[in-house]
Design a protein. Structure first.
Length: 160
């Protein structure tokens, strides 16, 4: 999937948490996309209501390109030896299974209208350990073109 953005942050949350998250974002008085930088973000992230991750891109304007799946994090053989982006992890509570992914300019939780579209992905309801890992660059087959950079976002169900 690919999402347009003007920054390198993506937000993951369950649509069931929209009301609580919208209230917290609006309360900050800041631009919605910058929510991860506010005091209101951390307590909600610790509860697994929202997760901000930083995607791999050569520039902030490239947006987010990635594969999102339920399962274990990507195997080391699928990852570059020297990634441009460090692996990131967090907890995500998805009680309705309606995962929403939005970018900095696509965050629809604030009072202003989102500039870019997000995406909904249906997953089994539950609590997950989310992992974002940079994938090996994909060759385009064109010598003049940079390899495509993308990420894996693994949602690993928590047990116990």
């Amino acid at each position: 999937m690919h999402l347009e953005s003007e920054a390198d942050v993506i937000y993951l949350y369950d649509e069931g948490h929209r009301a609580v998250l919208s209230e917290a974002v609006t309360e900050t008085g800041e631009e919605a996309g910058a929510f991860w930088e506010t005091e209101n973000y951390k307590p909600l992230a610790e509860r697994g209501l929202i997760l901000a991750l930083f995607n791999t891109a050569r520039s902030r304007e490239e947006g987010f390109t990635g594969f999102v799946y339920v399962g274990k994090p990507a195997a080391p053989r699928l990852l570059p030896k020297k990634p441009l982006n460090r692996t990131q992890r967090g907890r995500l509570d998805l009680p309705t299974g309606r995962l929403r992914i939005e970018t900095y300019t696509g965050l629809s939780l604030g009072p202003e209208e989102a500039e870019d579209a997000g995406i909904n992905i249906a997953v089994p309801p539950g609590i997950y350990d989310a992992t974002l890992s940079q994938a090996k660059p994909a060759d385009t087959g064109k010598p003049q073109t940079w390899p495509v950079l993308y990420d894996y976002v693994a949602l690993t169900p928590r047990t116990g």
